[in-house]
Design a protein around this ligand. Structure first.
Ligand code: NAD
Length: 246
């Protein structure tokens, strides 16, 4: 039983935050979950999942995350391409190394995991759903997102292009665009220089006047991954308390 009964789902960045809430929700919905993350220790606390420790930006690791699903369960039905790093930097503060790392993880890593997931979905005779974690920063401009924001535009762009490229093969590709979500990343930002002021300003920009919870993003990811979204592809669903509606 459940909205993802027996579906084989790979979730990247599953050890923490939005990815972890999604893994927990998917398990409750009957999914078989392959949970992938760089942080093996935290991943180890996610009971009921098959776990892959690796870096989405490394091609061999990304390939292995998808291959693990196929080896263990014989197929892959869903990829949640969620792993990401979120530096809050303006362009003067940001270094070329910051740019390279963020583009590697949030850009290249999403490209690689989508590539190998689609390859496997096609090999199993089509069908499947991908949900990418974009961001409000991948849809609109914000201060202190000179590196992260453009990387999230890659996520939004990949979603639309792959949706069109694979629609005829029955593979749906959608994204969520979360507003600011109460994760450890946000908690960490509260103690970074300029962080509190920045977060206060960002909170005011959310018409609902609060940040979201990881579970609220997981619910939207579940919808897009499930058969209830059977005619939805190429969509980028804001989960942002109205941020993008302004
Ligand atoms: P988080 O830091 O709580 O979780 C991210 C997870 O990804 C961590 O477990 C981390 O170990 C893992 N990870 C990082 N680099 C990796 C790599 N190279 N390979 C594999 N795993 C890696 O952060 P979160 O807020 O849950 O972020 C998840 C996604 O949501 C990200 O793509 C982020 O850009 C996006 N997002 C977050 C917010 C927010 O406000 N928190 C808003 C919009 C979008």
């Amino acid at each position: 039983a459940g909205r993802l009964a027996d579906r084989v789902c790979v979730i990247t960045g599953a050890a923490s935050g939005i990815g972890r809430a999604t893994a927990e929700r998917f398990l409750r919905e009957g999914a078989r979950v392959v949970a992938a993350d760089l942080d093996g220790e935290r991943l180890g606390t996610l009971d009921g999942t098959v776990q892959v420790v690796g870096d989405v930006a490394r091609e061999e690791d990304a390939r292995r995350m998808i291959a693990t699903a196929v080896e263990r369960f014989g197929r892959i039905d869903v990829l949640v391409a969620n792993a990401g790093v979120i530096p809050l930097l303006d362009i003067v503060e940001a270094t070329a190394a910051d740019w390279d790392r963020v583009m590697d993880v949030d850009g290249r890593g999403m490209f690689l995991t989508c590539k190998y997931a689609i390859e496997a979905m096609v090999a199993q005779d089509g069908g499947g759903a991908i949900v990418c974690t974009s961001s409000i920063s991948g849809m609109a401009g914000q201060a202190r997102q000179a590196v992260y924001g453009p990387a999230k535009f890659v996520a939004s762009g990949l979603t639309k292009h792959l949706a069109v490229e694979w629609a005829a093969r029955g593979i749906r590709v959608n994204a969520v665009a979360p507003g600011t979500i109460e994760t450890e990343r946000v908690a960490a930002a509260r103690v970074e220089p300029g962080g509190p002021e920045y977060l206060e300003e960002v909170a005011r920009a959310h018409p609902m006047g609060r940040f979201g919870d990881p579970e609220e993003v997981a619910a939207a990811i579940l919808f897009l991954a499930s058969d209830e979204a059977s005619f939805v592809t190429g969509a980028i669903l804001p989960v942002d308390g109205g941020y993008l509606a302004r």
